[in-house]
Design a protein around this ligand. Structure first.
Ligand code: FUB
Length: 303
């Protein structure tokens, strides 16, 4: 329940939610989330959830229109993702772990689900992973191909960024389910995982979970092109309550900028039982981002 006249952080208190990916569509905010299982002591996650709001305070629960079962090739772990609309279809890019089969020896992979509606139902858009562990070799472990973020530039070119340990990116074809060119990799300062890419006033932003002063903080770079080079700009959000991971999701809605993240603040919460929060984010005149103030109170209702 929200406070009178306010949201309340965490914004969802009925289940554990993690890895927020907000999307504005038709004047509604849709929030795509991961879901930590009750009593979990690892990132044990089996499905993804969707919520929506039109006032940033009262959230409607649309259940779980996407799970590991949607991807026949997935073995375990419904990790971070992001959904985007193109030509009336909704493409939800997610990280999971691949079965050992003819397409992969296992390890983290990225799948794409598609739907005609923002709340689903979603189906596997390709029938196999878009990115498998074998496609990137710069990091010598199997869980580096996680945490996809998707961005469509003003000229219609779509980009997918992802990665743990290094940030990787490709151009996507207009169909949103095929790479258009090679995979590029780079290492922003302090980079760990969880990239979120967007454009504001001609400047590109790459926001990510970084090492900061440890554990994870949210840091960012800016660039004049989505292809870089990226300039490190600093820390946006310090450590969060009771979780060593956190994860950014940023939108503008009705004239304000909202910063979504997760912490472990529910009474039985923790690093593997996380919850999504939202607070305001502000820019300086020069486009740099002010440090986010994490609150219990949350944001005010949109007028
Ligand atoms: O939720 C599982 C993993 O934890 C995500 O993929 C990372 O970003 C971290 O939040």
């Amino acid at each position: 329940m929200p406070f009178a006249g306010h949201a309340q952080n965490p914004i969802i208190q009925t289940i554990y939610t993690a890895d927020p990916a907000p999307m504005v569509y038709n004047d509604t905010v849709y929030l795509y989330t991961g879901h930590d299982e009750d009593g979990s002591n690892w990132f044990t996650m089996k499905n993804w959830h969707v919520y929506s709001t039109t006032d940033m305070v009262n959230w409607t629960d649309h259940g779980s229109p996407l799970s590991l079962k949607t991807f026949k090739w997935a073995k375990k772990d419904a990790w971070a993702g992001q959904c985007i609309e193109r030509n009336g279809k909704f493409y939800w890019y997610v990280a999971t772990f691949h079965k050992k089969d003819k397409n992969s020896n296992g390890g983290a992979a990225i799948g794409v689900a598609v739907s005609d509606r923002p709340t689903g139902p979603f189906k596997d858009a390709i029938g196999k992973a878009l990115i498998t562990n074998e496609m990137t070799t710069d990091m010598k472990y199997g869980w580096d191909d996680i945490d996809p973020t998707v961005f469509i530039d003003d000229d219609g070119q779509a980009y997918l960024f992802w990665g743990n340990g290094s940030c990787k990116w490709i151009k996507l074809k207009d169909n949103m389910i095929e790479a258009d060119g090679p995979i590029h990799t780079f290492k922003p300062k302090h980079y760990i995982e969880g990239p979120w890419v967007y454009k504001r006033k001609g400047l590109y932003y790459l926001v990510y979970a970084g090492a900061g002063t440890k554990p994870e903080m949210i840091e960012y770079c800016t660039a004049k092109s989505p292809e870089g080079p990226w300039t490190y700009r600093g820390i946006i959000e310090g450590n969060v309550e009771n979780s060593f991971t956190t994860h950014p999701g940023i939108i503008d809605y009705h004239g304000k900028t909202y910063f979504f993240y997760h912490n472990g603040a529910l009474p039985t919460g923790g690093s593997y039982r996380r919850s999504i929060c939202v607070d305001y984010m502000y820019y300086n005149q020069d486009g740099t981002i002010k440090k986010v103030i994490q609150t219990k109170k949350g944001v005010e209702p949109v007028k």
